[in-house]
Design a protein around this ligand. Structure first.
Ligand SMILES: Cc1ncc(COP(=O)(O)O)c(C=O)c1O
Length: 375
């Protein structure tokens, strides 16, 4: 059923179309000059020393954990309130995901007190996830990392350009990972970026991205080198220039898009505050945020009633979602189960409402009106 108001709407226009055509006409479509341009622009915009474009964020997370030295049997602390890929990346290395609860329904971000309680001699890394584009408490998390000699990976899929005390998310921990899946703030269809200030990590990541080979096809085609060695067991985690060319345009227009999303958020807040039985997470947050999604929490509701409410909204033409079903309850995570009361409550009571830059005030009014009358 096509929704009157979808959850997300792609902001592609003529610029993206022309960028793709240019690459096709250039006759070089795999990773090459456009990918380099995308990486350079990304690192400059975020103030990071290095950026490496890859095929998606899942592989960026896999590489990140490998780079910081996570191995079989190591423990990695992570949220359960995240997309499953965050935690799958830990399992790829036969390491152990240790789930930490969120702070509250108002602030559904990994709780640093929980992190400290779950640190053991086996803890090698922490993955934080800046949910909906809002920052985890990076001061406290980095202090813990220093105290216990643990690496920090930021899953910043939701948070390109979001800030924490003036610093861009993804640049505070050891490595930051981003996704360009089609519903993300920056969309290339599939795509990802790994950023770091650590040159050793970057050089190793570059090798691992492309089979552990010492040169890439593009360099050989340009005559910069004619041979290669294979010095590590790498992967094919490359992006291509067609996608990167879209990324360059999306990145150029990101600030404008986020300004628009900020307006959408403030209209939502104005229209929803009169509804007594909802919580708007991060309601008073005032730093720059990507506003990737717009979650709300319904007070005193259970999952069944919440699902009914979603069905009724769907009948009114409003698409909603749940970000996210908790990972620790998925079948393949049963052996890593842990009691996470706030995560449990949040996943049962939350609804994600439509959020994109072209969402109109009249549409937000309609959503708010329908929600109010259904509640
Ligand atoms: C928080 C989070 N982590 C990881 C991923 C995985 O990203 P990708 O689909 O680019 O592999 C996503 C994307 O859906 C995400 O939202």
């Amino acid at each position: 059923m096509p929704y009157k108001i979808p959850l997300f709407d792609l902001n592609f226009g003529q610029e993206e179309e022309e960028a793709v055509l240019d690459v096709i006409r250039s006759r070089w479509i795999s990773a090459g000059p456009k990918t380099q341009e995308f990486e350079n622009n990304f690192k400059n915009l975020l103030n990071s020393k290095h950026a490496l474009a890859v095929s998606n964020c899942t592989v960026a997370l896999h590489l990140a954990l490998k780079l910081v030295g996570v191995r079989e049997g190591d423990e990695v602390i992570c949220p359960s309130l995240t997309f499953v890929a965050t935690c799958n990346s830990i399992k790829y290395l036969n390491a152990i995901p240790v789930f930490a609860d969120i702070k509250s329904l108002e602030e559904p971000l990994i709780n640093e007190l929980e992190i400290e309680n779950k640190i053991t001699s086996k803890t090698k890394a922490i993955i934080v996830m800046h949910y909906a584009g809002f920052p985890c408490n990076m001061d406290k998390i980095m202090a813990l990392a220093r105290k216990y000699n643990i690496k920090v990976i930021e899953d910043a899929c939701h948070a390109p350009l979001s800030e924490y005390k003036g610093e861009k998310l993804g640049t505070i921990g050891d490595i930051g990972c981003f996704s360009f899946f089609s519903n993300k703030n920056i969309s290339t269809g599939e795509g990802g970026m790994l950023i770091t200030n650590n040159s050793e990590y970057f050089e190793k990541a570059k090798l691992l991205r492309s089979h552990g080979m010492t040169t890439m096809s593009f360099e050989r085609a340009k005559g910069h080198s004619t041979a290669y060695d294979v010095v590590d067991l790498g992967f094919n985690y490359r992006i291509d220039d067609i996608r990167s060319s879209i990324g360059v345009v999306q990145l150029r227009n990101l600030k404008k898009d986020l300004t628009q999303r900020k307006k959408v958020r403030s209209i939502y807040i104005k229209k929803l505050t009169s509804i007594k039985n909802i919580i708007i997470p991060f309601e008073h947050h005032d730093e720059l945020s990507s506003n990737y999604v717009f979650p709300i929490v319904i007070k005193n509701i259970n999952a069944e009633k919440r699902n009914n409410l979603r069905d009724l909204l769907a009948k009114k033409g409003i698409q909603t979602s749940v970000h996210y079903p908790a990972v620790h309850k998925f079948s393949i995570y049963k052996e890593f189960y842990s009691e996470l009361p706030f995560t449990d409550q949040y996943e049962q009571q939350m609804i994600t409402l439509p959020m994109y830059s072209r969402l109109k005030e009249s549409e937000i009014s309609y959503i708010a009106k329908e929600l109010k009358s259904l509640l």
